[in-house]
Design a protein around this ligand. Structure first.
Ligand code: UT7
Length: 334
């Protein structure tokens, strides 16, 4: 979909939130049969943040990230027309995390809903938000990507647990009357549901696929076939970036930042090498935060934004893939 309308969509502010508690590779060595060397070599991760489940979770991280994004935008929750929270770790499916945040921050009667697209959630969210705004339904939308993955991890499962961490990233989008060229200039929001069994969180044993029935999984915990996802991602990541460049006519030189889902350092390095993306255009924080699912793209964007590495007029490409399987890309003029 290529957007063109009478007004633009401005990223008015950004914010993020991560728990204080660190879970290092050395901590994991004490919990399971693994090593810092294996984890760093296979994933690039050295530590990740995890919530204190007594007092923190998806709700608190999302709320804090949005508070910071509103402060950054110089706006109040009452200014919002819509709140979208992308997450697969909501404490409750009803009400949505977005409704609870709206009540806490005072955004009523803004619309509020959660969106489930796993690691692609934040990019799905900004694509949906841009479409709602371009269609004239909303003037101001908050998009938050957040996952507290540590709440759905079985720490006896070493191939899954080493990968994930907890984080939230948020943006506040506002209608830009003066410059119709700012906002999303290309988006793609796609999925292949036939591959769902590669990454899922079953609530009931009936949903566990036959292939995994001999391999007991704790209900409510994440099950991932890492090798399958890796194979899928290594090609898809490159393909969707290339498609976005082809569709917009932009080259690597024209994009200021490729804001990528922090899935695994090897997947990111492969895309960088194959597409010729320079180091300073691909922000990497997976070493410190792990893979925070829907939190990762928003967290990267906020870190770049607060550091002044993204400026008005820049072109930025957002890209992610994840459970579903889902994938999404979005190119913005800031
Ligand atoms: O965010 C979107 C969703 N997820 C992803 O993007 C994940 C994509 N996949 C991956 O990042 C990688 O597949 C993993 C990091 C999850 C796993 O790395 P891998 O290189 O694919 O390892 P593997 O599962 O193929 O396992 C290789 C070996 C196995 O031993 P054998 O059978 O070769 O003897 C595993 O048992 O490594 C062993 N292994 C470990 N050893 C030490 C698996 N996990 C660990 C571990 N520590 N934590």
């Amino acid at each position: 979909m290529t957007s063109s309308d009478a007004f633009g969509v401005r990223i008015a502010g950004a914010g993020s939130a991560v728990p204080d508690r660190r879970l290092t590779n050395a901590d994991l060595e004490k919990l399971m049969d693994t090593s810092d060397e294996w984890i760093v070599q296979r994933t690039g991760i050295r530590e990740r943040r995890v919530v204190d489940q007594e007092v923190e979770g998806t709700f608190t991280l999302s709320r804090d990230a949005l508070r910071r994004a509103l402060d950054d935008a110089g706006m109040d929750a009452r200014d919002l027309d819509q709140i979208i929270v992308a997450t697969v770790t909501a404490e409750m499916t009803c009400p949505s995390t977005a409704c609870r945040i709206s009540a806490e921050l005072g955004a009523t009667p803004a619309g509020a809903f959660d969106l489930v697209a796993a690691c692609s959630g934040f990019v799905y969210g900004i694509n949906v938000a841009d479409a709602l705004m371009r269609a004239g339904h909303c003037r101001t939308i908050a998009v938050i990507g957040c996952d507290a993955m540590s709440t759905v991890i079985d720490y006896s499962e070493r191939s899954v647990s080493i990968l994930f961490g907890d984080a939230a990233g948020a943006v506040v989008l506002a209608r830009e009357e003066n410059d119709p060229t700012v906002g999303c200039i290309y988006s793609s929001t796609q999925a292949d549901g036939s591959m769902w069994e590669s990454l899922y969180m079953p609530r009931r044993s009936q949903e566990v696929p036959l292939q995994d029935s001999d391999n007991p999984i704790k209900l409510g915990c994440l099950r991932m076939n890492g090798r399958e996802i890796y194979r899928f991602a290594i090609t898809k990541f490159r393909e969707v970036i290339q498609e976005a460049l082809d569709a917009t006519g932009l080259g690597v030189d024209d994009i200021s930042q490729f804001v990528c889902h922090q899935s695994n350092l090897r997947i990111l390095e492969n895309a960088k090498q194959k597409l010729g993306l320079p180091d300073d255009k691909v922000h990497i924080n997976i070493d410190r935060y792990g893979n925070s699912s829907a939190g990762s793209v928003g967290l990267c964007f906020d870190q770049l934004w607060q550091a002044g590495k993204i400026r008005r007029g820049d072109h930025v490409l957002f890209v992610a893939f994840g459970g579903g399987l889902t994938w999404a890309v979005s190119v913005w003029k800031i």
